[in-house]
Design a protein around this ligand. Sequence first.
Ligand SMILES: [Zn+2]
Length: 250
Amino acid sequence: MLRLFERHAPDHSAHFDISHDGEVYRVALRRVSTSRRFTLRVRAATRDVLLTMPTRSSLKLAREFAERHAAWIGVRLARLPLPVAFEPNATAPLRGVDHRIVHRSGARGVVWVEKGAQGPLICVAGERPHVPRRVADFLKREARKDIEAAVQRHAKRLGLTPRRIVIRDTVSRWGSCSSTGGLNFSWRLILAPPFVLDYLAAHEVAHIRYMNHSPHYWKLLRRTFPETDRAEAWLRTHGANLHRFGAAWE
Ligand SMILES: [Zn+2]
């Protein structure tokens, strides 16, 4: 039903703030022509709330709906796992394995990985205030290394030529492919198990050939990455959690 009219309907985005018990919550708005009612969703990555509403409903009704559910919003936001800054003694995953961050002020070098008695360590030399930045830079360098290698491998296998690879910090997408063959990836993929990063590389490389998610596209992708479903499932379950890390220096 209604599908013909829905297809080209634009997404209008906006937001408003509501207050409850001395707290202010930001509510992002999304008008969706297919939606029949108001729905609220707490987003872990952005630590905010998304209200989806029918295209023609009024802002006033949306605000009233959000205010009626303010207590629920507060509880759900408070339950979100706390952000983890890249400070000494914090634990962050690298290639899916928890590493403890250790400050080695007197040591030479910048950042390196070491085996500790209780598990792997990310060791950081230099002055204490520089630790978070250095860990972040290290993770971004590692992300670029792994992503470039994976992109080259999949591109070679599929006979495709990627253009520029850009590593950035995106909230809404793990990767994207431009019409000119440029590939963008989130550095946070280095936190995930290697098969997840590998999957995203394959996913974007396959878009060089098909700029859509057609059956042809999925067939091509599965040729170079058969574990597509497993990787998608991992991202659905654990993806939001990757946004917890490094928040303090950003
Ligand atoms: Zn895609």
